[in-house]
Design a protein around this ligand. Structure first.
Ligand SMILES: CC(=O)N[C@H]1[C@@H](OP(=O)(O)OP(=O)(O)OC[C@H]2O[C@@H](n3ccc(=O)[nH]c3=O)[C@H](O)[C@@H]2O)O[C@H](CO)[C@@H](O)[C@@H]1O
Ligand SMILES: C=C(OP(=O)(O)O)C(=O)O
Length: 435
């Protein structure tokens, strides 16, 4: 179902909000349930389209799925339907989301073969998979690609650990290689590994299942292969991208909002990056308190030059929050350069913000300069189409701050990543309807 949101903006919001479980962590953790025959209980799973699609795929694989309560499921992969993996249905289902690519590592580790259509996910520029396949081939897999059907195949009689230097710190690529290596023979070392909280959580869960991974949180992972993994329980962290989005929402709508149980130690430089835009936020235990602010002033670098906010692999600033930084900057006092280094087509949505009255110069596909309006001129409501998950949410925040009515079409893109976003916004006092 691909609906629209109708928003009447310009209202101040207030209240408390609890972030959902992390989408990108959930996608890794759900793929890992394939690594054992025993039950794996997973809690705080966000109820969002991408995650639900992956759960359906696991069901079609033959994984037994028991719903214990909202967001709490037990999975048991003890009777896998291998026919499905080579079927036309899987070619269609697997292509619907990006996260499905992380089924490759577990399939290969457990069954010695793996198949995958080109995965879906955001259309935000080239999203190559070379790192995934190079790593799996180094562990001993043979690889082929059917470029007529966009279908990847891997097989390995045995996986053997070795030193692998990744050419880039790919998040899902590292997850795939880790999941293949945990049951490989001998020692694997992965250098230039990605180390996002999602990956740290995955590695900790795998260790609880009996794996032997050290170096968690660094860019050098050492994995001593084990023969078999057992069941476990796992709870997802709060979604750091959602937390950043709520900070942005509070600033743009001059609202007083408390974000509950954010797990501060896993937020990296997210809070301080918003603070550089002048947004006040306070740590209260595990909560973030954001007071209502009439204005916020972008800081400059020490030498007086214009602030740049750019993305980088963890522990740098996540690319998934740059669109939120950009929209928040439109009402700040001052100027900021937003530099999206990792993806090529993630800034094009600024056109819509410009239509709404924002002052932005798109310098090239990777860089946009935002000259803030200091809340002196509100954005104007308009009709727009959500291009991708994070830009969609940024436009939603723009619409909530804007004067008048906005319509956002293609909200499937927003529902992919944010649980009951309209219901939760209404609870804060927003005027938003699904039409
Ligand atoms: C399902 C999931 O978890 N998706 C996330 C995952 O996607 P995904 O795992 O697909 O992204 P990758 O980490 O592989 O790469 C993201 C982009 O950054 C580039 N790149 C990556 C590493 C590097 O050192 N240099 C570099 O330039 C890649 O070429 C690519 O264009 O990580 C991205 C980067 O945090 C996030 O935006 C996505 O939300
Ligand atoms: C780009 C994202 O998602 P995906 O990798 O699933 O397309 C995202 O979560 O911002």
């Amino acid at each position: 179902m691909n609906g629209s949101f109708q928003i009447r903006g310009g209202k101040r919001l207030s209240g408390e909000i609890t972030p959902q479980g992390a989408k990108n962590e959930a996608l890794q953790i759900l793929c890992a349930v394939l690594l054992t025959e025993e039950p794996v209980r997973v809690k705080n799973i966000p109820d969002i389209h991408d995650v639900n699609r992956l759960i359906e795929i696991l069901g079609d694989f033959g994984v037994k799925i028991t719903k214990n309560s909202h967001g709490d499921f037990t999975f048991q992969a003890n009777n896998i339907n291998f026919d499905y993996i080579k079927s036309k249905e899987f070619k269609k289902d697997g292509a619907k989301l990006r996260g499905s690519i992380m089924l490759l590592g577990p399939m290969l580790a457990r069954f010695g073969e793996a198949y995958m259509p080109t995965p879906g996910g955001d259309k935000i520029g080239r999203r190559r998979l070379d790192t995934h396949f190079q790593g799996l081939v180094e562990l001993g897999a043979s690889f082929s690609y059917d470029d007529e059907n966009f279908f990847y195949s891997l097989s390995a009689k045995e996986l053997v650990g070795k030193f692998i230097h990744l050419e880039e710190a790919s998040v899902t690529g590292t997850a795939n290689i880790v999941m293949a290596a945990v049951m490989a023979k001998g020692k694997t070392r992965i250098y230039n590994a990605a180390c996002e909280p999602y990956l740290q959580q995955l590695c900790k869960m795998l260790n609880r299942m009996g794996a032997n991974i050290s170096g968690i949180g660094s860019n050098l992972l050492t994995i001593e292969g084990v023969e078999i993994l057992s069941g476990t329980e796992h709870t997802m962290l709060p979604d750091m991208v959602e937390i950043g989005s709520w900070i942005g929402l509070a600033a743009m709508t001059k609202s007083e909002i408390t974000i509950k149980n954010v797990n501060w130690n896993q937020l990296g430089i997210i809070p301080q990056t918003f603070q550089k835009l002048g947004i006040q936020l306070e740590r209260r235990g595990e909560d973030i308190y954001i007071p209502a602010q009439e204005n916020y002033k972008i800081s400059k670098f020490i030498d007086g030059s214009i602030l740049t906010v750019s993305d980088a692999p963890w522990p740098g600033f996540t690319p998934d929050l740059l669109s939120i930084i950009l929209v928040v900057a439109t009402q700040a006092k001052g100027t900021v350069l937003v530099h999206q280094k990792m993806f090529e087509s993630r800034l094009f949505f600024v056109d819509k913000l410009i239509d709404m009255g924002a002052q932005i110069i798109l310098c090239d596909p990777h860089r946009a300069t935002v000259v803030g309006l200091n809340h002196e001129f509100p954005l104007r409501g308009t009709t727009m189409v959500s291009p991708d998950i994070r830009a969609g949410n940024a436009l939603l925040i723009a619409a909530l701050s804007a004067e008048g009515k906005s319509i956002i079409h293609n909200i499937e893109q927003i529902d992919r990543g944010y649980e009951n976003i309209d219901g939760r916004l209404r609870a804060l006092g927003a005027d938003i309807e699904r039409i």
